[in-house]
Write a protein that binds this ligand. Structure first.
Ligand SMILES: Cc1ncc(COP(=O)(O)O)c(C=O)c1O
Length: 369
């Protein structure tokens, strides 16, 4: 049985009629930037995330950068603590806003940024904390909020992989004023191209973010704040509105498939499962022995896999200048050698989970390679 790592076509087909109705409205109206579709999507997305406001942007990276700009964290002497186990965009957004990324290590069970290690590394220069809700699992936001309070830092949540996640039954926006999302196509809520949003409960922050994403303008041609140009397209908003209606069901299906993987891989030799408490299961990631051989074996059986992420950020060329060396963040460095993402998307057949798990067991039991 062929099992691709991801297949978006069934989700697009499921939402097609609603998306086409929005597209027809958009063409009728004839406005393609910051029109009715984006405004409606912002209202609908804020409501779905349990927040008062959403400001839609061109990418998730821009959403993160705009949060830091809004908070005034734009100078090189200002340090922002984040995780080395994330997409490079998290740290590029910090650089893009003008501040300096600093990395702390991750927790070995969840692979989330470890608040204790972050607290040890915080200094008087720490201006913001950017924990990432990695693979869809929310960070311990009570601890992050407390650390932000103690250190006088701003808490910006990277929720680019966590659409619909709650922490202690509360929306993410209840824990800090800035929550950034990405709508990269493979996300739990994905566009058919790039997109992002910031969600907040604060009216002033919403007003300023709406200006900052649009060149610092408040309508007209006068730039009042040092903003950027990063607006969600109307066309993407048409699809996102249609997909948003399915998000809860699609997250439910992800949870069901993740539970099936857990069951099928429990006690499998060579495999270690992650702690996924509260996750919305953006990715299903395990830790494995002999990863490269396993990947080759799965590929030979028609099973797609991926690695999120193969190199921790502090060892990537773009971040070398920030002073971390090999050995400085040992938990993340080891995790990057062991993690493997298995196929997981809402329309993945349950039989495919059995197939993937069965092939993994076969690899370790018989030494197939
Ligand atoms: C954790 C994380 N942060 C930031 C980003 C950046 O989002 P985007 O690709 O929409 O700019 C992504 C997505 O790639 C991500 O997964």
């Amino acid at each position: 049985m062929r099992v691709p790592f991801v297949d978006l076509k069934p989700a697009i087909a499921e939402a097609r009629i609603e998306a086409e109705a929005h597209l027809a409205e958009m063409f009728e109206r004839g406005q393609f930037i910051l029109g009715d579709q984006v405004a409606a999507f912002e209202r609908e997305f804020a409501r779905a995330m349990g927040a008062r406001y959403a400001v839609a942007t061109g990418t998730g990276t821009a959403a993160l950068e705009l949060c830091l700009r809004e908070a005034g964290i734009t100078e090189r002497r200002m340090e922002v603590i984040t995780t080395p186990l994330t997409a490079p965009f998290t740290a590029l957004a910090i650089r893009g806003g003008g501040a300096t990324p600093r990395f702390a290590d991750v927790d070995p069970d969840s692979l989330l940024l470890d608040p204790e290690d972050a607290a040890r590394r915080a200094t008087r220069r720490t201006a913001a904390l950017v924990p990432v809700h990695l693979y869809g699992r929310p960070c311990e936001l009570d601890r992050w909020r407390e650390l932000a309070r103690q250190s006088g830092a701003v808490l910006v949540q990277d929720a680019c992989q966590a659409h619909g996640a709650l922490y202690r039954s509360k929306p993410l926006a209840a824990w800090s004023a800035y929550v950034a999302y990405s709508f990269y196509p493979t996300k739990n809520l994905g566009a058919l191209g790039d997109g992002g949003a910031v969600v907040t409960d604060r009216a002033r922050i919403r007003r300023r973010l709406a200006m900052l994403r649009d060149g610092g303008r408040a309508g007209g041609h006068v730039s009042r704040l040092p903003g950027i140009n990063s607006r969600l397209d109307e066309m993407q908003a048409c699809y996102l509105r249609a997909f948003l209606r399915h998000l809860a069901t699609w997250n439910w299906r992800r949870a069901r498939l993740a539970a099936l993987y857990d069951e099928a891989l429990r006690d499998c030799p060579g495999v270690r499962l992650l702690d996924r408490t509260g996750s919305v299961h953006h990715l299903y990631v395990i830790r494995v022995r002999r990863r490269e051989r396993l990947r080759r074996w799965l590929a030979s059986q028609g099973i797609g896999t991926a690695i999120h992420y193969p190199v921790p950020l502090h060892l990537q060329p773009a971040f070398r200048e920030f002073g971390c060396r090999r050995g400085d963040l040992p938990v993340a460095e080891r995790a990057c050698r062991e993690i493997l993402s298995l196929p997981l998307y809402p329309h993945l057949p349950e039989a495919a989970v059995e197939e993937v798990a069965g092939r993994i067991r076969q690899f370790y039991q018989r030494g197939a390679c």
